[in-house]
Design a protein around this ligand. Structure first.
Ligand SMILES: [Zn+2]
Length: 300
C-alpha cells in the first residue's frame, strides 16, 4: 500500500470509530429515540443575508422545506391546537407544527409570503421589549444587527389567523437566572403587551435559550400560560408536562434530507444522529446565553 492509501484507510477508520462512539454515547444518555407523531419545528431567521451563527435559512431553502412538507401530505397544525389535543383521549395522528423564535423581521419578509402561498399555519414567539428594534443578543461577531418585527407587521401577519403570536419574554434573558420579581415581570408584561397590541392573550411561552426549571414552570402557570415550550427536552419531560414541550431546531445546515429524517419519513436508522445534532446546537445556544450575560453586565 502507498502512503495516500494508508492515509485514507486510517482517516476512514477514525471516522467510523467516532460515529460508533457517538452512537454509543447517545444511546446511553438518551435511550432509544424516535420522532414524536407530531413534530414541532423551530425556525429563527429566513433571509438571504449570510451570518456567522447558524440560526438562519435562505428563503429558497425555507421554501424547499415548506414545499416538501406540503407534498408529504402530513397535516400542518397550529401549535396550541395540537397541544390542546394532547390532554384528551384518542390519537392526535401525525403532523407537523411550525414555530419561529425571537420574532425577527425576516419572518415577515422571508417566511410569511411562503407560508401564505402554501397556506401553512405557524406560530411566532415575540420578544416584546424588542418590537421594531434591533437585536443585541445574537452572535457578537455578526456585522450589523438584525431587526425584530414591529407591532404593525405582527398585526398584518395576524390577519386571517394563519400566523399566531405567543410570548418569548420581554428582554430575552435566561429566566432561570432572574429573581422572582424580574421573572414575573418577564412573563406578565410580555403577556399584557401581546394581548393589548394583537387582541389575543398568549397561551404558550417559549423559554429564551431553551432554559427552564421547576420554578419557571410554576411561575408560567400562575401567570396564566397553558404551555411552556422548550428547544430540546430532558428525556420524557415533554410527555409528562405541557410546561416542557420539546421541539426540533432547523438550522443552516439542515436540508430537506435532514427534515425528512426528523419527520420520520425517511431513514429511521439515522434519527439518532439528527437528535444528537439538535442537542449539540442547543448546548451552543446556552453558550450564547452566557456571552449575553457578560455583555449586558459590562454595559450595565
Ligand atoms: Zn430566542
Amino acid at each position: 500500500m502507498t502512503a495516500p492509501d494508508w492515509f485514507v484507510l486510517s482517516f476512514g477508520a477514525g471516522l467510523l470509530a467516532l460515529v460508533v462512539f457517538l452512537r454509543f454515547y447517545h444511546r446511553r444518555r438518551y435511550g432509544t429515540v424516535r420522532p414524536e407523531p407530531v413534530v414541532i419545528l423551530t425556525y429563527h431567521k429566513v433571509q438571504n443575508r449570510p451570518e456567522l451563527g447558524g440560526t438562519w435559512l435562505t428563503v429558497g431553502a425555507f421554501r424547499r422545506q415548506m414545499e416538501f412538507i406540503r407534498s408529504s401530505g402530513l397535516p400542518v397544525l397550529h401549535l396550541t391546537d395540537y397541544l390542546d389535543t394532547l390532554g384528551r383521549k384518542g390519537d392526535a395522528g401525525r403532523g407537523v407544527v411550525l414555530t419561529f423564535d425571537d420574532g425577527y423581521e425576516s419572518v415577515y419578509t422571508g417566511a410569511c409570503p411562503v407560508l401564505r402561498e402554501l397556506g401553512l399555519p405557524a406560530t411566532v414567539f415575540l420578544v416584546t421589549g424588542y418590537m421594531g428594534r434591533s437585536n443585541d443578543w445574537d452572535q457578537p461577531l455578526a456585522r450589523g444587527a438584525f431587526r425584530h418585527l414591529s407591532w404593525t407587521q405582527a398585526r398584518e401577519m395576524a390577519v386571517g389567523g394563519l400566523v399566531r403570536f405567543e410570548s418569548h419574554g420581554v428582554t430575552h434573558r435566561d429566566l432561570t437566572a432572574l429573581d422572582d420579581a424580574e421573572l414575573e415581570r418577564e412573563l406578565r408584561e410580555s403577556r399584557a403587551a401581546i394581548t393589548a397590541e394583537l387582541g389575543r392573550a398568549p397561551e404558550a411561552f417559549s423559554y429564551p435559550f431553551g432554559r427552564f426549571d421547576a420554578r419557571l414552570m410554576a411561575a408560567l402557570r400562575e401567570t396564566g400560560y397553558t404551555y411552556g415550550i422548550a428547544v430540546t427536552s430532558r428525556p420524557g419531560w415533554s410527555r409528562r408536562t405541557p410546561m416542557a414541550v420539546a421541539r426540533t431546531g432547523m438550522y443552516l445546515t439542515d436540508g430537506v434530507g435532514a427534515l425528512a429524517v426528523r419527520l420520520g419519513l425517511r431513514s429511521p436508522g439515522r434519527y439518532w444522529a439528527e437528535d444528537l445534532n439538535n442537542r449539540m446546537i442547543n448546548r451552543f445556544t446556552l453558550l450564547s446565553a452566557s456571552v449575553q450575560k457578560g455583555r449586558r453586565s459590562r454595559h450595565g
